[in-house]
Ligand binder design. Structure first.
Ligand code: NAP
Length: 246
């Protein structure tokens, strides 16, 4: 059984490792290849886009793929949509692994938004010094917010357009609560902006914000494409694959 894991996440790496140990299963992991230096999944890896849904469907056929697991990041909406169309066209079963989103707890002051543009519109009313922890791609949405100063954190140097008043720090998670608290205090941050990535690796900033009494603007996830079966974690994905006819 040949399984294609669309990865670029911790779940994708773990899934490739676990499936690689299942007798009779062969795994290929796929990465977009935009961020250098990340942890590479065990086993066979291919890198780069497929050329849209049609290209992915051709790839599935040419490589005799028996099942696809979309273990991409919850905000990687384009590849997830392509996976649905390609799997349908190629007649291959598809499963999505989506770690649960973050939920506010006692002591949290969260403002939910449905896009980065929406987040950019509400930020100035919450504070003038902003920790922007949304990754590289959505930074353009904040480029016109001249009323605020931004502490921008990304794994690799972001490209313009960027907010005019800013400091960029390059760092790769996981992060600790103590480290995040120190970062927020050192830069005098008054409001945190994050996308709802979920998971533990980047959740420490939420605890630090709560401890410092800071509001957090949360950009909620794009919806999964309709009709996709989704599970919350790697063990459930392994169980689904084990249950497929061989
Ligand atoms: P995206 O906007 O959904 O996808 C844009 C295009 O990149 C896709 O149409 C596809 O090109 C290519 N692509 C994306 N993921 C791919 C994969 N795993 N294998 C092969 N091609 C892929 O994706 P994105 O948000 O830029 O994310 C890119 C990668 O980074 C994903 O693997 C994702 O899991 C990871 N990541 C994303 C985020 C985030 O916040 N978005 C955070 C952490 C990790 P073609 O149309 O040419 O096939």
């Amino acid at each position: 059984m040949h399984v294609l894991v669309l990865g670029g996440t911790e779940e994708g790496r773990r899934l490739a490792g676990e499936l690689g140990a299942v007798p009779g299963v062969r795994v290929t992991s796929s990465l977009a290849g935009r961020v250098a230096g990340g942890a590479v999944p065990p086993g066979a890896v291919r890198v780069g886009g497929f050329g849209g849904a049609a290209g992915l469907a051709v790839w599935l056929d040419a490589h005799r793929v028996d099942a696809v697991v979309d273990a991409t990041h919850p905000f990687a909406a384009e590849i997830s949509g392509n996976a649905v169309r390609a799997a349908r066209e190629a007649g291959v079963p598809l499963l999505a692994v989506r770690r649960p989103g973050w939920r506010a707890g006692p002591g949290d002051t969260w403002v939910d938004t449905d896009s980065h543009e929406h987040a950019a519109a509400v930020v100035p009313s919450l504070g003038a010094r902003v920790f922007l922890s949304v990754g590289r791609q959505p930074l353009a949405a904040f480029a016109g917010v001249d009323a605020c100063w931004f502490l921008v954190r990304a794994v690799t140097p972001p490209s313009p357009p960027l907010p005019r008043h800013r400091e960029v720090v390059l760092a790769r998670g996981p992060f600790t609560v103590a480290g995040e608290r120190e970062l927020l205090a050192r830069w005098g941050v008054r409001v945190v902006v994050t996308k709802d990535s979920g998971g533990a690796a980047t959740a420490a900033k939420l605890t630090a914000a709560r401890e410092l009494g800071l509001p957090v603007v949360v950009v909620r996830r794009p919806p999964l494409p309709s009709g996709v079966r989704a599970v919350p974690d790697v063990p459930a994905a392994v169980a689904w694959l084990r249950g497929l006819p061989r």
